[in-house]
Design a protein around this ligand. Structure first.
Ligand code: 3K0
Ligand code: CA
Ligand code: CA
Ligand code: ZN
Length: 324
């Protein structure tokens, strides 16, 4: 886009340093877990936040993931804001204290570190969305958010063309990054039960809260009962009311297949959402590249929505007045 890179955005080494600083400042509340490596062999990390953080306790687990799309740098600031707020306000803010005491919260701040580094590497942004796996074209990479294995490649929800920004890869799970996330989420199954109850995949832009399925315009299909849909809608709508985003099923934007939320819900039964952050539309601040100075306002904007989200993790169906 020719726009100069804003050094205010957090790059990969700075993200690692920020995670290490949070863990060092709150060693009983936060820990850093290396969940795998990207295509270019960067460590992919998750920050775990909970009381007795070194112990895997029988508490509902909640996942926040960010920056699966390289150019969506504001999402890294969102993830690090959450990690900072949930640790620094522990013992001060009673709402945060009780949530951190009763949940295990996982935050993956940078799902596409190779792409993010490339996008931030020059004097101007590269407009990089995909990962950095060569595909024989000048538009390097696979769209990690089309490479997950639930209805992969179906329904016109991704592209078979290597130069496309929604190139789905040679097969489901052909990207190391999707495979790392899959295997880590599968590792959270204990005694056949997925411990992660809710997840948010943080993107920019559009100011939206979306829920599955993305692969179809239909709401109630095999894998999504009325109660399950209504629960997604209730929680999604509550978050949207808090942050002023627009709620809706993912396909309402456009059909997406092989994305994170369809797999997390469809395969693992995790109540899953996409946040599309600021701006609402391109014209305001050239879409993916607002000045990093918007980060304090646009991250704190989601504070209440994140805490409300965490509140349902013990029993999401309670949001529609039902038991699990
Ligand atoms: N962040 S974005 O790429 O502009 N929108 C996401 C929407 C994801 C979804 O619909 O769940 C995507 O197309 O992967
Ligand atoms: Ca705990
Ligand atoms: Ca646990
Ligand atoms: Zn995105």
């Amino acid at each position: 886009t020719g726009q100069p890179v804003d050094p205010g955005y957090t790059d990969y080494p700075e993200m690692i340093a920020a995670a290490d600083a949070i863990v060092a400042a709150h060693p009983t509340l936060a820990s850093k877990v290396i969940i795998g490596q990207s295509f270019l062999a960067k460590n992919m990390i998750a920050i775990k936040i909970s009381d007795n953080v070194a112990t895997d306790e029988n508490e509902p687990e909640v996942l926040f993931m960010a920056n699966i799309h390289a150019r969506e740098h504001l999402t890294v600031e969102m993830a690090l804001y959450l990690a900072t707020e949930l640790t620094s306000q522990y013992g001060t803010d009673s709402r945060i204290t009780s949530l951190v005491d009763s949940r295990e919260i996982w935050i993956i701040p940078m799902l596409n570190p190779d792409g993010a580094q490339y996008d931030l590497s020059g004097p101007t942004y590269k407009d990089q969305r995909k990962n950095m796996q060569p595909n024989g074209t000048s538009k390097i990479g696979t769209d990690i958010n089309r490479n997950f294995g639930y209805k992969w490649g179906c329904c016109g929800g991704s592209s078979p063309f290597k130069s496309s920004d929604t190139y789905r890869g040679t097969a489901a799970w052909s990207t190391p990054e999707a495979t790392v996330v899959r295997d880590w989420i599968l590792s959270r199954r204990v005694g056949g039960q997925q411990q992660i109850k809710e997840a948010i995949d943080i993107h920019t832009y559009g100011e939206l809260v979306m829920w599955p399925f993305g692969y179809t315009f239909s709401s109630i299909v095999p894998g999504m009962t009325q109660d399950q849909y209504d629960t997604h809608k209730a929680i999604g709508t509550e978050m949207a009311q808090s942050n002023g985003y627009w709620p809706g099923q993912g396909s309402g934007l456009y059909i997406t297949s092989g994305d994170t939320v369809d797999w997390m819900w469809g395969d693992q039964g995790i109540f899953s959402f996409t946040w599309e952050m600021y701006p609402k539309s391109f014209d305001i601040v050239t879409g993916f590249y607002p000045p990093a100075s918007v980060a304090p306002a646009e991250t704190t904007r989601n504070r209440d929505a994140a805490l409300r989200f965490l509140g349902w993790a013990d029993c999401p169906f309670r949001s529609i007045g039902k038991e699990n």
